[in-house]
Design a protein around this ligand. Sequence first.
Ligand code: 5GP
Length: 115
Amino acid sequence: MSDNDTIFGKIIRGELPADIVYEDEYCIAFRDINPVAPMHVLVIPREPIARLAEAGEEHRELLGHLMLAAARVAEQEGHGDAFRVVVNSGARAGQTVFHLHLHVIAGRTLSWPPG
Ligand code: 5GP
């Protein structure tokens, strides 16, 4: 199975529907199908990096771009004042879809530390 063969790859290619809230040349952002907060958006690179641990120096700019896109989406959704960005890298960290994604979560009080 290639990295592109995830559900997120299918969303990027338009083969699966998604509620897209932002997109540009490098990334796409869409609502999580199982939101854990009033706002729960996933920001993913178009390039199919499986997980953060597999990103390299060549992805430095892309990773910065994803962070800025996450903040832009939070602002656009009316949550620029308080939001959380989470990346699960690896199954034991809770990653279930192996296409790098940033969870952008907001709209309720968020506790710390996460489980
Ligand atoms: P992970 O557990 O890998 O960090 O996050 C994967 C996220 O993708 C989960 O929050 C899950 O609800 C979401 N998800 C899984 N399948 C789909 C889908 O088909 N569409 C959308 N929009 N989100 C999905």
